[in-house]
Design a protein around this ligand. Structure first.
Ligand SMILES: O=P(O)(O)OC[C@H]1O[C@](O)(CO)[C@@H](O)[C@@H]1O
Length: 447
């Protein structure tokens, strides 16, 4: 039967190395499943695919239908875990040029993202692009207090109220936030916005399969039931303690073994441009979860074959502290054949009759071997095809592996204390009340 598959035969990790991890794996599996490890108040994502709020799920689908009917564009406001997951799923499972498709072919609103930067140019351009479109907004923030999305929402709320009037604007604004805490929750209540909940026990970077990711994804016409089915299947399969059978645990264990042998950078690679935001989502998941206390694998990503013509040189020949994990999509639905040409001026007739998919596969196979020969261990996560089911399973695979891997590393994978440093400095420099002393110190350093 077709399934997600993990291949570490090119990792250079030996069977005895793997055996040596079995005891630790047992311990961290129990820490996760019996909720005895650090950060155990954030393990709601483990069982969420089987115990999510069914009533809210149906309400979410209804809201998505409404947005599909009454809007030409949806603006999704959020940052980090309140942004990357939705974008990753949409890019992986929709048309490569989704927003540019004629409406007759798309049958769903264009999707734009905001609140993930503080660029005035980006905001100005966004307002210009939606000028003559009917829009809805989904503002997403677990804390309800993150500066970037809060500023974007302030601007876009004012814009909506000017365009539609306060009452009609309220019917086009959807809020996804904590069930009771935070400024956004209070605002949503005061203004009467439709609201969805991010469960208390699920941190931002583990929230893609909650309303955080599911509302924008459903607006796009992606089958959220199948996505959850995939996650459900992952939950079942990746709870097996048997390392020989559990691909997810193998990935967690092997990346730790590689880290312990001085491979401190993991590059996630894919040969499908539609997977670019999957890598962005993955980078936050692993970077925020593991990069702490002076430890952690640095998560990086590349788009192949484009980056074989830029970073490829470094990967092949640079410092040998890298390993590579390839997301390999086995079945490509589109069959595009390279035709024979009489003149053969480009010298490509040797490929006549081959498909682009075949050439892409040979690029992948050749690159794995070249990189392995260059001293870059390769891990391969294969998915049979790109659809909702396998993508939901892939999300669960990465989340579960992240929890296991973080515990193996000896950190709390569910907090992110390091992100506060820049925030404090920014608040102080902006003159936020309560930061006066820090402001004086920082301004002195800035001269
Ligand atoms: O959903 P929120 O609370 O706005 O947070 C957005 C992101 O900001 C962080 O808290 C980092 O500051 C991430 O962990 C999180 O995904």
């Amino acid at each position: 039967m077709k399934n997600l598959y993990f291949d570490y035969s090119n990792s250079g990790v030996s069977q005895s190395d793997i055996e040596s991890m079995k005891k630790s794996l047992n311990t961290v599996h129990n820490m996760l499943h019996y909720k005895t490890g650090s950060g155990n108040e954030f393990l709601g994502w483990l069982d969420y695919p089987v115990n999510y709020d069914e009533e809210e799920f149906q309400r979410l689908k209804k809201s998505a239908e409404k947005i599909r009917k009454d809007s030409d564009a949806l603006i999704v406001i959020g940052i980090g875990g309140s942004y990357l997951g939705a974008r990753a799923v949409i890019e992986a499972l929709s048309h490569s040029f989704y927003n540019q498709l004629p409406k007759s072919k798309r049958n769903s609103p264009e999707i734009y993202f905001a609140g993930n930067n503080i660029s005035s140019r980006y905001m100005k351009d966004l307002l210009e692009i939606v000028e003559d479109k009917d829009i809805s907004i989904n503002v997403i923030s677990k804390s309800g207090t993150t500066t970037e999305p809060a500023i974007a929402f302030r601007i876009l709320k004012e814009y909506m109220e000017k365009r539609y009037g306060k009452e009609q604007a309220a019917k086009r604004i959807y809020v996804t936030t904590d069930k009771e805490k935070g400024a956004l929750k209070k605002l949503a209540e005061d203004e009467g916005y439709e609201t969805f909940t991010i469960p208390d026990d699920i941190g931002g970077r583990f929230s893609v399969l909650t309303p955080v990711g599911l509302l924008p994804v459903a607006v796009c016409g992606i089958d959220v039931d199948r996505l959850m089915d995939g996650a459900k299947s992952g939950r079942e399969e990746y709870s097996l303690i048997d390392l020989d059978k559990n691909y997810c645990y193998q990935y967690a264990v092997i990346r730790n073994l590689l880290y312990n042998s001085s491979k401190s950078i993991e590059i996630l690679a894919s040969y499908e441009p539609s997977m670019r935001y999957t890598a962005e989502w993955w980078k936050q998941l692993y970077g925020e979860s593991e990069g702490k206390e002076g430890k952690g694998i640095f998560p990086a990503s590349v788009d192949f074959s484009a980056d074989l013509h830029s970073l490829g040189q470094y990967i092949q020949d640079g410092r040998r502290d890298l390993f590579e994990t390839v997301i390999n999509i086995e079945g490509v639905a589109e069959r595009l054949e390279i035709k024979r040409q009489e003149s053969d001026l480009d010298g490509l007739n040797y490929l006549a009759g081959d498909t682009l998919g075949y050439v892409n596969r040979k690029a992948f196979e050749g690159t794995v071997l070249a990189h392995v020969d260059g001293g870059v261990p390769n891990l391969i996560i294969s998915i049979p095809e790109i659809n909702e089911f396998y993508y939901g399973k892939l999300i669960y695979f990465f989340q579960k592996a992240c929890g296991i891997s973080g515990y193996l590393l000896g950190v709390n994978p569910f907090d992110q204390p390091g992100v506060e440093a820049y925030k404090n400095n920014m608040f102080a420099l902006l003159g936020k009340p309560g930061y006066e002393e820090l402001r004086r110190k920082l301004e002195k350093r800035l001269g």
